[in-house]
Design a binder for this molecule. Structure first.
Ligand code: URP
Ligand code: ZN
Ligand code: ZN
Ligand code: ZN
Length: 484
């Protein structure tokens, strides 16, 4: 099976140029102007941009959380992904208390069997003892090189500093990278109880209980702990200037820290929680919460400056009925929002079309940077010979208004309802197959494949070399033996 994409403009993280793309089976085999290869299928990309498929490194499909499960599973969630130009998703494997990592991984493989996109997992460290320590390298052997740590959700997913330092140190040994959800879970738990005691039980109190300082403090702490452990760090869902500032400062000191804003935090603000419709506000409850315009400006600036690298979604979709579990007590509203179908069109519309991002920065933030960070570049995140043929044919003139009625997600609303977008995928190819075209998802449930991610990405190798070179060393003194 061969295909040729003709007449489009290839846009990658570093180039924009007129070129055709020739695909054989699941791989790109040639890229260049006016290719005259014979192909079984010709895809006309006149007037379109030809870009690497999006990678969403932060999703929670069918996630067991807060007494329920997120409603989008790997079937509906990855259908939504393809419709929005995303061809790979990375979900979080969450071991239950005392459950082994490999055991939990079996459950996630099962669930992900329904995926229509390619996928990978981050392994969460939700508890700590020798078994977890021993199993971490086995997880890496299975092609998972990232370990997630929740500094919030006290009493369920949260880990303490000693556990985090032990796990980060283990990551350093095995060439893996830690991720953190940075919020001070102790302070959040205190503020939640205080607010409830004061009669503040509505969804707006969710925002009040998680101020930016609580996030910035945790991000700083995780950054310093990672530095002491000698390991790179990836901070998920960066929502505010305090966290961005911590990342920026660390990077300027040479620390290897990455930051991931979400499309939600870039575009939706804290006033959403003041809506007088309880359902409207509760649907937008996620952690960290939406912030003010100043924080949004900081995140946009970080993407332009390179101090923030990746735009994700944290896609974790609960229905209105599920959100109502928190009527009368905001701490029981399942935390999470969707966005996997809207991420690229929104970032294009409010990033590229406004001039806040170049097209190349758009590709970097939605695909290439995370492919490098996760050590799957250039198999993913690139349009080059030998790469997987995960490609979006992007129509910059297509428009629509986002509405729940036409989304692929299985929930009954979208937090982006009514927002116009200008720029949409006309077609999404996943490993050479047409996975989405003109409103219709063509990939079947189960078409996705697990993508192995090898340990020791270049940044981890460089950092461990530097840490070894600069490690404390004993000064040899005449007549004073070691150990005295
Ligand atoms: O509110 C959120 N973000 N829900 C999903 C779990 C997490 O913290 O990422
Ligand atoms: Zn064919
Ligand atoms: Zn989180
Ligand atoms: Zn998340």
């Amino acid at each position: 099976m061969t295909k040729i994409i003709k007449g489009g403009t290839v846009v990658t993280a570093d180039r924009t140029y007129k070129a055709d793309v020739f695909i054989q089976h699941d791989k790109i085999v040639a890229v260049g102007p006016d290719l005259n290869h014979d192909a079984d299928h010709v895809i006309d990309a006149t007037g379109c941009y030809v870009m690497p498929g999006g990678i969403d490194p932060h999703t929670h499909m069918e996630m067991p959380f807060m007494g329920t499960h997120s409603t989008d599973d790997f079937d509906s969630g990855t259908a939504a992904a393809l419709a929005g130009g995303t061809t790979m998703t990375v979900d979080f494997c969450l071991p239950a208390p005392n459950q082994g990592l490999i055991d939990a991984l079996q459950q996630w493989y099962q669930k992900a069997g329904k995926a229509r996109t390619d996928y990978s997992f981050h392994m969460a460290i939700t508890w700590w003892d020798k078994q977890v320590f021993d199993e971490m390298p086995k997880v890496v052997e299975q092609g998972i090189n990232t370990f997630k740590h929740f500094m919030a959700y006290k009493g369920s997913l949260m880990v303490n500093d000693d556990e985090m330092f032990a796990s980060f140190s283990r990551c350093a040994e095995i060439g893996a990278m830690p991720l953190v959800h940075a919020e001070n879970g102790d302070v959040v738990a205190f503020l939640q109880q205080k607010l409830l005691a004061e009669g503040n039980n509505g969804p707006e109190a969710h925002g009040f209980s998680r101020p930016p300082e609580v996030e910035g403090e945790a991000a700083n702490r995780a950054i310093m702990i990672a530095d002491q452990a000698g390991v790179p760090l990836y901070v998920v869902h960066v929502s505010c200037e305090q966290t961005h500032e911590a990342i920026r400062r660390a990077r300027q000191k040479g620390m290897r820290v990455f930051g991931e804003p979400l499309i939600q935090h870039l575009l939706l603000d804290e006033n959403e929680y003041l809506n007088d419709d309880w359902d409207y506000a509760a649907r937008r409850v996620m952690s960290p919460p939406f912030r003010s315009k100043d924080h949004q400006n900081s995140l946009w600036a970080g993407l332009a400056a390179g101090s923030l690298q990746v735009v994700a979604t944290d896609h974790c979709a609960f229905t209105t009925e599920q959100k109502r579990m928190g009527l009368g007590d905001f701490t029981k509203i399942p935390n999470g929002t969707g966005g996997i179908e809207e991420r690229l069109p929104l970032l294009w519309t409010y990033g590229v079309r406004t001039g806040r991002l170049t097209m190349n920065e758009f590709v970097a933030a939605t695909s290439t940077n995370i492919a490098k960070i996760l050590n799957i570049y250039p198999r993913k995140g690139a349009i080059v010979e030998g790469a997987d043929a995960d490609i979006i044919i992007w129509d910059p003139e297509a428009t629509k208004t986002i509405t729940a009625g036409s989304q692929k997600s299985a929930i009954d609303y979208t937090v982006f309802e009514g927002m116009p977008v200008h720029g949409l995928p006309r077609m999404t190819l996943s490993r050479g197959r047409v996975a989405y075209e003109e409103g219709e998802v063509k990939a079947d449930t189960g078409d996705g494949r697990f993508v192995e991610r090898p340990a020791n990405p270049p940044v981890a190798k460089a950092l461990s070399t530097w840490k070894e070179l600069t490690a404390p060393r004993r000064v040899e003194r005449a007549g004073i033996p070691a150990g005295v």
